[in-house]
Design a protein around this ligand. Structure first.
Ligand SMILES: Nc1nc2c(ncn2[C@@H]2O[C@H](COP(=O)(O)OP(=O)(O)OP(=O)(O)O)[C@@H](O)[C@H]2O)c(=O)[nH]1
Ligand SMILES: Nc1nc2c(ncn2[C@@H]2O[C@H](COP(=O)(O)OP(=O)(O)OP(=O)(O)O)[C@@H](O)[C@H]2O)c(=O)[nH]1
Ligand SMILES: [Mg+2]
Ligand SMILES: [Mg+2]
Ligand SMILES: [Zn+2]
Ligand SMILES: [Zn+2]
Lengths: 210, 210
C-alpha cells in the first residue's frame, strides 16, 4: 500500500540520521500496561550515568509517560497521536529535533498495541516487545506479527508468577515457534529481578555501535 | 471516511437482525490478555442453563479462544482477521449464520486492542470494556475513546490488587472523567468475586429485551 511505502521512505531517513550520529535506536512495543514506561524508568536509572540516553514517548492521549521519564532526569519528547493507534516515521522525525544530537541510546516507546505498530518502521535498529506474565502465555501465537518482527522478547512482571496461570517456558516456546531468533529476557520492574542482565545487554549494543 | 460509512450501514443491518430476533448483543473489548475469554467462561457457566447464549470470537490468529468457549458447551463462531487489529460489521455479519437464530444473548469478543475497535460499530446494543488491575489505573485517560463509547467498565483481576500499584478508586474516577455515565463492576475470574453481580445485571438486560 502507498501509506507504508511513504512511511518506509521516512523511516529510511530516520535510520540514516541515527546511523550518522551513531545513536542506537530501539522501538519498544507491548500491549497497554505491560510495563514499557516502568522498564524505561529502571533502565534510565541504571544507565544514565554512563550513557547519553533520550526517550521518545508515543501515546494516544496525555503526556503522563513523558512526565514519568522526565522525573528521572533524561531528555524526553512526547508525541500525542490524537487517536492513531501506532507511531509512524513522520511523527518520530518531527520529534527528533527536540532531542540532543549526540544521544547514544534512543528508545521510542510506541503506543500500547500488539497489532499494527509491528507494520510501521520508525527507522529503529530493532524492535523489542514486552509481554507481561498477567496477559497469558498464548500472546505470541495470537498476535504473531509483533513477535516475528522483533529481535528481543522481554517477559515482564515475573514477580506475579505465583498468582497467575502463566508458564514462562510455554510463552518462550510459543514465541520461538513464531520467531526462532528471538532473544529473551525475564524481568520484574517492581522487584528489579533481571534488570541488570537486560541493561548489560543494552549497554553492549550501544557500545558496539560506537 | 467512506470506510466507516460502509461499516455503519452493515452495522445497522446487524442491529436490525439482533432486534428482530430480540437478541441482546454486546461488544466485549479490552487490551490483549485483560480477561475477555476468562470472563466469558465464567459468564457462560453461570447463565447457560437459563439463557440461550452464543459467542462470536474475534482474533488476529488462532481459534484458541473459540475452543475454550466451546468446551463450556455453548455455540461459538470464530472470526480470524488475519492481521486486522479490530472486528468490522461485515465480519460479524458473515459469522451470524453459524449461530442459532433464537439466541437470547450474543457476546462478541473483539480483538485485544484499546484503540481502533472503539470506532467500528458492529451492530451491538452496547460496548463493555475490561481493564485489568495489572495494566495501571491511568488507562481510561491514556486510551479515552474506548471508555467514552462504552456503557460498562469491568475492572478485572482484583485478586491481584495486593501485588500491583493500582487504585480501583483512581481508575473509576479516571473513567468517569472521560464518561460519567459508565457503570462499573469489579471482578476476579480466578476467585469468582464479583461475577454474580455482573451476571445478575447481564441477565436483567437480556430479560428486559424480551
Ligand atoms: N507487579 C508488577 N507491576 C508492574 C511491573 N512493571 C510494571 N508494573 C505495573 O504495571 C502498570 C503499567 O505499567 P506501565 O509502565 O505504565 O506500562 P506501559 O506499558 O508503559 O503502559 P502504556 O504506556 O499505558 O501502554 C503499572 O501499574 C506498573 O506499576 C512489574 O514488573 N511487576
Ligand atoms: N489472577 C487472575 N488472572 C486472570 C483473571 N482473569 C484472567 N486471568 C488470566 O489472564 C490471562 C489472559 O486471560 P484471557 O481470558 O485469555 O484474556 P483475553 O482478554 O481473552 O486475551 P486475548 O483474547 O488474547 O486478548 C490468562 O492467563 C488468565 O488466566 C483474574 O481475574 N485473575
Ligand atoms: Mg507507558
Ligand atoms: Mg480472549
Ligand atoms: Zn494502528
Ligand atoms: Zn484496527
Amino acid at each position: 500500500r502507498k501509506v507504508l511505502k511513504k512511511n518506509d521512505d521516512l523511516a529510511a531517513e530516520n535510520r540514516a540520521c541515527f546511523m550518522s550520529r551513531r545513536t542506537f535506536a530501539v522501538n519498544l512495543l507491548s500491549s497497554p500496561g505491560s510495563g514499557k514506561t516502568s522498564l524505561l524508568e529502571r533502565t534510565v536509572d541504571a544507565l544514565k550515568h554512563e550513557l547519553r540516553i533520550a526517550i521518545i514517548e508515543g501515546d494516544v492521549q496525555t503526556d503522563n509517560d513523558a512526565r514519568r521519564i522526565a522525573a528521572h532526569g533524561v531528555p524526553v519528547a512526547q508525541i500525542v497521536t490524537n487517536g492513531l493507534c501506532h507511531l509512524e516515521a513522520s511523527l518520530v522525525q518531527s520529534a527528533l529535533p527536540q532531542l540532543p544530537e549526540d544521544m547514544e541510546l534512543c528508545v521510542i516507546e510506541n503506543v500500547g498495541n500488539l497489532v499494527c505498530p509491528a507494520s510501521y518502521d520508525l527507522g529503529e535498529h530493532m524492535k523489542i516487545t514486552i509481554v507481561s506474565t498477567t496477559e497469558g502465555d498464548d500472546k505470541p501465537l495470537k498476535y504473531p506479527a509483533m513477535f516475528r518482527r522483533s529481535s528481543v522478547l522481554i517477559v515482564n512482571k515475573i514477580d506475579l508468577l505465583p498468582y497467575v496461570q502463566f508458564s514462562v517456558d510455554a510463552c518462550i516456546a510459543n514465541a520461538h515457534s513464531v520467531n526462532p531468533e528471538l532473544l529473551v529476557f525475564t524481568t520484574s520492574c517492581s522487584s528489579g529481578e533481571g534488570i541488570d542482565a537486560w541493561c548489560d545487554w543494552l549497554r553492549d549494543r550501544v557500545r558496539e555501535l560506537r
